[in-house]
Design a protein. Sequence first.
Length: 108
Amino acid sequence: MKNSSPDYKRIYTDIINEKLPEKREACQNILNKKELSVLDILKLNALLFNTKENSKSNQQLRSYDENTIGEILEYQKKNNLSNTQVASHFKLSRNTITKWKKLFSAKN
């Protein structure tokens, strides 16, 4: 049995078609991508359900793949942001950003 991720594109398309057709246009750019990243899924979730992702319990259960971590660190470089600013923008801890930077610099 192979461990594959859910087809988020299909899931969100079905949700939009069946329950939230008025939000189709706002989400179309993200859904047109070939593959959805974790950040894309979080954006879709926020657009569709107007979530305020401030709860600490919600944050504790998130996991990020290497591509998404790379996107976040690239965003930091591109916008010349501090660890605190990036952590605030993505609702992460500063320690997480520092840990990711150390891990990625060790790999390269």
